[in-house]
Design a binder for this molecule. Structure first.
Ligand code: MN
Length: 416
């Protein structure tokens, strides 16, 4: 399968990827597009040309400012559109071929938006290495892992309103921090802003309230994946989190990559996750390759100087797979909605260079990192840009996500 487009050899977006996003051409309204090489293909206009007419798909879903309506058409429609797009990009019908180039815009010339209207957001805690690292720092070696951790995929309900698309800056948050030896807690800008390297998936099918999703069917409920940076203010988090969990240390912002990579695109990269011991309860048991071999990296770029890669990890390290996460999330009857976002939790691997947060990479600030410009980091500084990348690569095929990046701005003045 070869496209008539000339694609750069190492592109994240070959013909086999075709991730969906929301973009606006200069001066026009937001609509659905697909990334191919350095371009975005305008599906709103392609639908108007009649490319999907015989597929019984309402072309108006491509004129919406979110993917939700398209996602709601279901897996069969997604696969039919994917096949039709691959056909168009290899051997287009003659009358459309002449206009093919007009339907492509340079990604650098368009504005990208959040790809979905996100409903509920859940953040798991599914990396054994991450949970162990954090446990060691907070509770010591002996009690690093809490007793429930290997029996259920731990998670909390987060907040979706502050999830932003790559390229959106965030200000350093204000908040309370522990009194320590003082009489009262202090209040000020966080001094421990961190990133969390995560991958999130978007729900593509709904289960009715009261009807759990069996683990074996769980992947039918997944539309696709994005990269996810769960920015975290560790000092705020440490003071506030007991007994109910994360709150203001997390909800000041999270960054996602703009293109949703489908399960179909990732199919060649299926793999099995780590063995689970002790065995999990029957409702959490899965068989076969239920996870994906996705390389992940994090770079920090200071206001001055080049980007420095500070972490390399892999999605396949996660102890709990997405089928188990969905089965657990719904086992009590909780209903998932189209556009919900379920994030993995920080993805740390076994090597110290694969730890997915600064908290772990610097071991609570004890071992600072040195960036390419010579400056040191315990936590993020004003002006730092954090850049997540993710890709799968095998036998000359590369399926990438495009970056999820965001800059940390100085704290805003507080209203008096
Ligand atoms: Mn997280």
């Amino acid at each position: 399968m070869r496209t008539w487009l000339e694609l750069p050899p190492a592109t994240d977006f070959p013909l086999e990827n075709l991730p969906y996003g929301i973009f606006a051409p200069p001066g026009k309204r937001a609509r659905v597009g697909v990334a191919i090489g350095q371009w975005v293909l305008d599906l709103k206009r392609l639908a108007k040309q009649g490319l999907f007419n015989d597929l019984k798909i309402d072309g108006r879903v491509f004129a919406k400012p979110s993917l939700n309506a398209f996602i709601g058409l279901g897996r069969a429609a997604h696969q039919a559109v994917r096949a039709r797009l691959q056909e168009f990009l290899t051997s287009p019908p003659a009358k459309i071929a002449k206009r093919g180039r007009d339907l492509l815009l340079e990604q650098s010339q368009v504005q990208l938006f959040l790809p979905v209207k996100i409903g509920d957001y859940t953040d798991f805690y599914s990396s054994l290495e991450h949970a162990t690292n954090v446990g060691k720092m907070f509770r010591g070696e002996a009690n690093a892992l809490l007793p429930n951790w290997k029996h259920l995929p731990v998670a909390y309900h987060g907040r979706s309103s502050s999830i932003v698309v790559s390229g959106t800056p965030l200000a350093r948050p204000w908040g309370q921090t522990s009194p320590g030896e003082q009489a009262a807690p202090s209040f000020g800008p966080s001094r421990a802003v961190d990133f969390e390297l995560e991958v999130a998936f978007i729900i593509g099918k709904e289960n009715p309230l009261g009807q759990p999703v069996p683990a074996a069917e769980a992947e039918d409920y997944v539309f696709g994946f994005v990269l996810f940076n769960d920015w975290s203010a560790r000092d705020l988090q440490k003071w506030e989190y007991q007994p109910l969990g994360p709150f203001l240390g997390k909800n000041f912002g999270s960054t996602i990559s703009p293109w949703v990579v489908t399960l179909d695109a990732l199919a060649p990269f299926r793999t099995t996750g780590p063995g689970q011991d002790p065995p999990v309860l029957p409702y959490l048991q899965t068989a076969g390759p239920r996870t994906f071999d996705l390389e992940l990296s994090v770079a920090i770029q200071a206001a001055q100087g080049p980007a420095t890669v500070v972490c390399r990890s892999n999605f396949k390290h996660l102890y709990w797979n997405i089928s188990q996460q969905i089965a657990h999330h719904t086992v009590n009857g909780c209903n998932l909605k189209i556009g919900d976002l379920l994030a993995s939790g920080t993805i740390s691997g076994p090597e110290p260079t694969s730890f997915g947060s600064l908290q772990e990479l610097t071991w609570g600030g004890k071992n600072p990192l040195t960036l390419a410009n010579g400056s040191q980091r315990r936590f993020l500084e004003d002006g730092d840009t954090v850049i997540l990348n993710g890709w799968a690569e095998k036998d000359g095929l590369r399926i990438g996500f495009g970056p999820a990046s965001g800059q940390l701005l100085p704290a805003r003045p507080q209203p008096a």
